[in-house]
Design a protein around this ligand. Structure first.
Ligand code: IVH
Length: 680
């Protein structure tokens, strides 16, 4: 006999659930789309909690587009690739009125025979991460990163946690299929708050909102993403089915009606002059906005005209990014101090009279090294131009010699280390001045911070300040001591800015760090001249620390990418008496030194060596390298007779010339993309 459980859900409950969902969606829109919340966070939470309660009581009422379903997916192992149905192109750039007018003239001349006047739309260029959201019958199905423009990563679970991304489109004109494109960003205010919290928890701070957004959206655990203040702003569409749209502006109005935030300042410009005015207006408003923008995007509004203009391989002819110039200001050099880094490198840094450069107060600028300092001839007391280009550390562009008072002495690098007073050295052929005392306290702090950092042992919760404190209080004298931290629990918990929760997280992080891949360990050791990439090469080539340790300068230099200087650094690192002690100690505290097998040599690029040079449009250098390696190929940094292909982007340097000279096959980005995708 079959029993059918009939659950009678009272009508009244159904109505309440519907009302709660509609109400929560309405408040999400008010908050994220219109920036004018009507209720407090606590009131919002009450609505939400009531919905959770009812759905728990009556699971039959649960639907995938309920606002409670934003966080729920389990962490994934890796992101699956998603092929964009229409490539996500990038934008050609202009940086001056002259260049913009040239763009306009080209548009005009191509459209000359088409008739119709040209209207542009202008909107901010958001500085975040591009994503695509696929909606089928109004329901959010798949979300992906831009990736290389052709293939991105499936980050649906993460994107579902963003309340500014509707799980179901609003309105009654819902197309059967629509792909919404836009940028994931973090507002400046939320970014500062988040960094403050991270500082407080001893976590590493993010350098800028863009990095924070990129790092947060690519978390394997959606719960981590959910805790980050990410927002989505729509700026376009991919495929749209079952709807006829005439242009960008109309489309964006429709996208807004679906419940998305679009640029507040999306405007129609009927003449190029209006675009120029818009640019000037946004350049002055830029710092007052609560989100980072790095220029404006100008698009030909009409879709028929867009089609007539067409596309180049990587960017459409109907749109252009008009970027802001780097922001500059004039100030005075108060002092030049010298900092000592992990590898003992001395970096001169100028302390400046605080000055507003764009939106931020700048009081320090790096001077890189002795040669750079000489070239610019920056002296204490000088008046200088400082510049913030995007978000990199501010730099001194040049000295204003006419403002130099008489009698200023040129600055020279110190003969002794400012931290430990040991003599400094500058090796032949190197720009860096170094302190070579392995016990130098500055080096210790930097070395340990490097050891714990991402890409190395990746110990979450161990930032620079925490390590400084642990060194200062005598708990940590070398990298292996980090793993003994749990032994000092009681005493450490007495220190400021610590806590039970932080400590137990740290214990877990330390436990996890004991089993990192070989390449991380090699990188973490901080061998001079061995960066993350080279550490990977060494791990792949030698398979274990013991094997790497046995190598000589001669055998090492036979490895691709290892020249005599790197080989010398490796050999001298392992022949140092302290290295053996530290490795021994690390093994004793439980760090596993894995033995890795050599790659199998499978894949269509097996046995082929690539060099990538110049700036590619669709790929970052790292992405291009990954694509090659995924297919069994090897990537090296310099061109030699062993190189099979040189992939050449914009502004290639001497590697291109060398490849030409050696007669090596040169691939343009388009050819490279084709080769990647061929028989994939
Ligand atoms: S439209 C073909 N509009 O800029 C046009 N892009 O270089 C495609 N971006 O990866 C883009 N703000 O992430 C467009 N208002 C905006 C934008 C914008 C930022 C980014 C986008 C894209 C890159 C193109």
């Amino acid at each position: 006999m079959i029993f059918i459980k009939l659950v009678m859900i009272p009508e009244q409950i159904k109505r309440e659930v519907d009302w709660l969902r509609a109400e929560i969606r309405r408040h999400d829109l008010l908050y994220y789309q219109e920036d004018r919340p009507e209720i407090s966070d606590a009131e919002y939470d009450r609505l939400f909690d009531r919905l959770v309660e009812l759905e728990k009581q009556y699971p039959e009422l649960l639907t995938p587009d309920s606002p409670t379903q934003r966080v729920g997916a389990a962490p994934s192992e890796k992101f699956e690739p998603v092929r964009h149905a229409l490539p996500m192109l990038s934008l050609a750039k202009v940086t001056s009125v002259g260049e913009f007018r040239e763009f306009h003239r080209r548009v005009e001349s191509i459209l000359a025979n088409e008739g119709g006047r040209i209207q542009y739309t202008a909107e901010p260029k958001f500085d975040g991460l591009a994503v695509e959201l696929i909606y089928e019958n109004g329901i959010f199905i798949t979300g992906s990163t831009r990736g290389d423009g052709i293939i991105g990563e499936n980050i649906t679970s993460n994107l579902k946690t963003l309340k500014s991304i509707p799980l179901r489109l609003s309105g009654d004109k819902i197309p059967p299929l629509i792909e919404i494109r836009g940028e994931v960003i973090i507002n400046k205010s939320a970014f500062h708050k988040m960094n403050e919290e991270r500082r407080h928890n001893g976590e590493e701070e993010f350098a800028n909102p863009r990095n924070a957004a990129a790092g947060s959206i690519r978390q394997l655990d959606p719960k981590i993403t959910a805790g980050r203040p990410l927002r989505f702003v729509a700026y376009g569409t991919g495929r749209v089915e079952g709807m006829l749209l005439s242009g960008h502006f109309e489309t964006m109005m429709l996208v807004r009606s679906f419940g998305f935030k679009i640029a507040d300042d999306l405007t129609i410009c009927s003449t190029p002059q209006e675009v120029e005015n818009y640019y000037a207006m946004m350049a002055t408003r830029r710092d007052d906005l609560d989100y980072e923008i790095d220029g404006i995007v100008v698009k030909v509004n009409n879709y028929a005209q867009q089609q007539a203009l067409g596309e180049l391989s990587r960017s459409p002819r109907w749109a252009v990014a008009w970027k802001f110039l780097p922001e500059q200001a004039i100030t005075k050099v108060r002092d030049i101090v010298v900092q000592v880094g992990r590898t003992g490198i001395l970096t001169p840094v100028a302390n400046l009279e605080p000055v507003r450069v764009g939106g931020v107060i700048v009081s320090r600028a790096t001077l890189h090294n002795e040669d750079e300092l000489r070239r610019k001839d920056v002296r204490i007391g000088d008046t200088v131009i400082v510049q913030r280009a995007g978000d990199v550390i501010p730099e001194i562009v040049k000295v204003l010699p006419e403002n130099r008072p008489e009698g200023l002495a040129p600055f020279s690098m110190p003969k002794v280390c400012p931290e430990c007073q040991a003599p400094t050295v500058r090796l032949e052929g190197e720009a860096a001045t170094r302190c070579v005392n392995p016990y130098c306290p500055a080096q210790l702090l930097e070395k340990i911070t490097h050891f714990a950092s991402k890409g190395a042992m990746d110990i979450d919760g161990l930032g620079y300040k925490t390590i400084a404190m642990l060194i200062e209080k005598g708990f940590v004298k070398d990298v292996a001591d980090l793993f003994e931290i749990p032994k000092h629990k009681d005493k450490i918990l007495e220190l400021e800015r610590t806590g039970e929760k932080w400590f137990s997280n740290l214990e877990k992080a330390l436990e996890n760090a004991k089993s990192r891949p070989l390449k991380n360990i090699i990188f973490a050791l901080g061998i001079r001249n061995v960066g993350e990439h080279l550490a990977g090469v060494l791990a792949k080539t030698y398979g274990s620390i013991d094997n790497l340790q046995k190598q000589t300068i001669e055998t090492l230099t036979q490895t691709d990418e290892v020249g005599p200087i790197v080989a010398e650094s490796i050999v001298s690192f392992f022949s140092n008496r302290h290295t053996a002690d530290i490795l021994e100690k690390l093994k004793k505290v439980g760090v596993v030194f894995p033995i890795e097998e050599k790659p199998s040599g499978k894949g269509k690029f097996a046995g082929k060596t690539f060099v990538v040079t110049g700036t590619l449009d669709k790929y970052s250098r790292k992405e291009a390298e990954l694509e090659i390696e995924k297919r069994g190929g090897k990537v090296t940094s310099s061109v030699s007779s062993k190189t099979d292909y040189v992939v050449v982007g914009a502004d290639p340097g001497s590697k291109y010339d060398k490849a030409m000279k050696l007669g090596i096959t040169i691939l343009s980005e388009a050819e490279f993309t084709r080769l990647l995708l061929e028989n994939d």
